[in-house]
Design a protein around this ligand. Structure first.
Ligand code: CLF
Ligand code: SF4
Length: 425
């Protein structure tokens, strides 16, 4: 089996890919955030943000279903005439969400024959999926490889979940590396154009970077993209020092003689749209619900559309652990937003709110706070919490949002809430 491109040749696609070719800066790419889960835990990642291997932390993308991604693609394609690439870069790993990845590509391929498909992966599941990616006509692949020494890898990955077995330390580094390199070799042999991203982490893998570049070149990588660590709040590396722009560029230059280097990466978000210089994704988020939208009417309209057309439910969940509904309404500083569509439960995003209750001293501010919370959950059918006071319950009820008190695992709680909504209890 080899790469079969429909209209443009693979060389043309690479020539018109804004990440693979800096003179292709006039072309746009669109990321579709259809991949929320991940099978690896990188020490520089805090899962409330997008995959840091490819994207900028600090911005949480919405998660789309494949159908939603296809609908959004149609809108974007009509408006962004220079669009050449559709990429999947998170918010987790596309190969840990292969069904969604596959379905999205198939649906979009039906809409456009000329689009280049590009994926960014941690590489753990790559050996399993190269042939499938070729069938899907994915021509460009990014694999993030932060170490070619399992010992160093062991310092970078908290754990690796490989087919249900969890590995830690050096063993985690070994399992991941072995799959990354065999996947890269195989994909490159089969004609996929492979870029390797390397997160440069001071004191951990910085002096090791040239060795990584040499190894991936041997395995067939087309280019390398050395990126600076962004110490994400809440991650194990949150207090690690960062490399300076000068140190980063010096490293890239010193590796240039080994393998072609990328100098223009923007560490863009998992729902980025536009040229690398000009991200216009915010213009397209109104089509779906976004954490940036505080427009009540849009959210209400959206909620009605969702309920009537798609029989879909949306919930705001108060959770300390991220696993169970275990937070009091008044103590929640953020809500996890989940959808249930055709019996399938999907996490969408987290929304920050001002805590409703900070103790007796701010009782007078409750009015403003409940307004702020209502704005953030207006598109939801219900809020699921351990406990809530009568006042917030009444105010949410007035807006058509139910409050269900329960203490259980999130998915179970959602199913129970759907039953209650259906029975109108
Ligand atoms: Fe996206 Fe990545 Fe494909 Fe580009 S981004 S999946 S290769 S289409 Fe590009 Fe953005 Fe840098 Fe990635 S600037 S973060 S390298
Ligand atoms: Fe986070 Fe990406 Fe690493 Fe997964 S691969 S843990 S999403 S940085």
């Amino acid at each position: 089996m080899s790469v079969n491109v429909s209209a443009r040749t693979i060389e043309e696609k690479t020539f018109m890919h804004p990440c693979y070719n800096c003179i292709a800066h006039k072309y746009a790419r669109m990321h579709i955030p259809v991949a929320p889960k991940c099978n690896v835990s990188c020490n520089f990642c805090n899962r409330k943000y997008d995959c840091v291997n490819e994207t900028r932390p600090g911005v949480t993308s919405e998660v789309l279903t494949p159908e939603e991604a296809k609908d959004k693609f149609k809108i974007v394609k009509d408006k962004v005439r220079n669009l050449t690439v559709v990429g999947i870069a998170g918010p987790g790993d596309p190969l840990a969400n292969f069904d969604e990845t596959k379905k999205s590509i198939e649906l979009i391929k039906n809409e456009s024959k000329d689009i280049t498909f590009c994926l960014s992966t941690n590489g753990l599941m790559l050996p399993f999926y190269v042939d499938k990616l070729i069938e899907l006509e994915v021509t460009h692949l990014t694999i993030t490889i932060n170490a070619v020494d399992p010992k160093i890898g062991g310092e970078i990955y908290k754990f690796v979940n490989y087919l249900g077995d969890v590995f830690v330390g050096e063993e985690a580094g070994r399992v991941l590396l072995s799959n990354q390199l065999s996947g890269l070799k195989y994909a490159a042999q089969k004609g996929i154009v492979c870029k390797v991203n390397i997160v440069m982490i001071k004191g951990v893998n910085d002096v090791h970077v040239p060795e990584i570049v040499k190894k991936v070149k041997e395995c067939g990588a087309y280019m390398a993209n050395i990126m600076p660590l962004i110490p994400v709040k809440g991650s194990a590396f949150e207090n690690n020092p960062t490399v300076t722009e000068v140190e980063l560029n010096n490293m890239r230059k010193s590796c240039d003689s080994i393998l072609k280097q990328m100098y223009h990466c923007k560490q863009c978000r998992a729902d980025a749209i536009g040229t690398l210089e000009n991200d216009i994704s915010s213009q397209f988020r109104g089509n779906n619900i976004s954490e940036e939208s505080n427009d009540n009417e849009n959210k209400l309209e959206d909620k009605n559309v969702i309920e009537l057309k798609h029989h879909k439910y949306r919930f705001a969940i108060a959770s300390k652990s991220g696993v169970s509904i275990d937070e009091h309404f008044g103590h929640a500083s953020e809500f996890y937003i989940y959808d249930m569509i055709n019996d399938e439960i999907k996490f969408r995003e987290k929304r920050k709110v001002n805590k409703y209750c900070n103790g007796v001293y701010d009782c007078g501010e409750h009015e403003d706070k409940i307004e702020n919370i209502i704005k953030n959950v207006i598109d939801c059918n219900a809020v699921l919490v351990v406990r809530a006071g009568f006042e917030p319950m009444d105010r949410l009820y007035e807006k058509g949002i139910r409050v269900f008190e329960m203490y259980q695992e999130i998915n179970k709680g959602i199913r129970k809430a759907v039953e209650l909504l259906k029975k109108n209890k």
